[in-house]
Design a protein around this ligand. Sequence first.
Ligand code: DSN
Length: 427
Amino acid sequence: MDFYSHIKNEDPDVYAAIEGEEKREREGIELIPSENYVSLAVREAMSSVLTNKYSEGYPGKRYYGGQEFTDQVETIAIERAKQLFGAAYANVQPLGGANANIAAYMALMEPGDTILGMDLSHGGHLTHGHPVTYISKVFRFVRYGMKNVETGEIDYEALRQTALTEKPKVILAGFSAYPRELDWQKISDIAKEVGAYAVADVAHIAGLIAGGAAKNPFDYGFDVLTTTTHKTLRGPRGGMILTTGGGDQARAEEIAKKIDKAVFPGLQGGPHMHQIAAKAIAFREALQPSFKTYAHQIVKNTAAMAEVFKTHNVRMITGGTDNHLILADVFGSLGISGGEAEKLLDQAGITLNKNAIADDTRKPMDPSGIRFGTPAITTRGFNETDCAQVAELMVEILTKRDDATVSNARAAIHELAVSHPVPETFV
Ligand code: DSN
């Protein structure tokens, strides 16, 4: 049966847009490192009858009747989330990563309290206190960053000194554009020294952690993890918050209670139960041995792309990558802005995003860099050779920039894409 048969019959306008996106995803190559392809099971859950139900509260403690099945779904999601990340408690209701972060701040701080997070231009995220966000008016954000942009080394001593001076309630570690592993132990130790909660926003690398291809901050005494459930974790769009209380059960319980209150009724209304069912399904997929292979392959594939960029002397922020993403200074190396590079690559069927590089002097709408990664193409079965070929095509397009090069690359990208169909299932 056509997955969209009813939309097709009832609403041709929306159907046309969905069909267009299907074709774009199928025939192009998706390198935005926060995107992925979910299974058909996840998509079915997202379109299930659970979208009809209001379920304010938590399993066994709801404000509305008729919760027999929603309780089952949310409990399954919670238990699988805990198992995946070694957490004592999980809240699977955040509607997205931004909500998860805001709820974690609300749970652990009072308005006006200080939070120490990664410099936004060094890889931090908007919700880590960018001045354009409302949350930056509620809490006081102070910053740490890289000591050496060429290696990615974080200035842990400056981080410690800032923590000692500013006395933050929360030290936040995590990023959306940083290609290296953080030293979770050092950050956790500093948090303990100054009496702050250690919170990791692992939205980008959650799938790598779940698959054993990146370190789990919980193994280094972190109190709380926030994450999205899409990106490398390959679930539906959504968020969640996990806690171990740094390994202390009483502390974990206390934090978990505060988190639950912060998510509902503090920040959100009724949870989106269809999304929670889809999360549960994705968590089960991520618990399969094949997900470990997938997570490790992402890292290998990204390294293969970095090798090509290195060979062509394209500067990469931090000098390369340990994870699923690369941040390349195309303006500095090739004389093309991030915005122009994004457009040109798009013409060849390669989707990625322009991105500011550390301490960028160009404007955010047309910065110096591009950010790209391999979670989505790895889902399609690309290996290191395929990824190196994509990287070669990218460098060629960005260097030559003529119509013939773009057109030849487009044909090669189309061929690569259609020979790697998007899988329907992962179990
Ligand atoms: N927009 C996401 C990303 O691309 O990293 C983060 O919210």
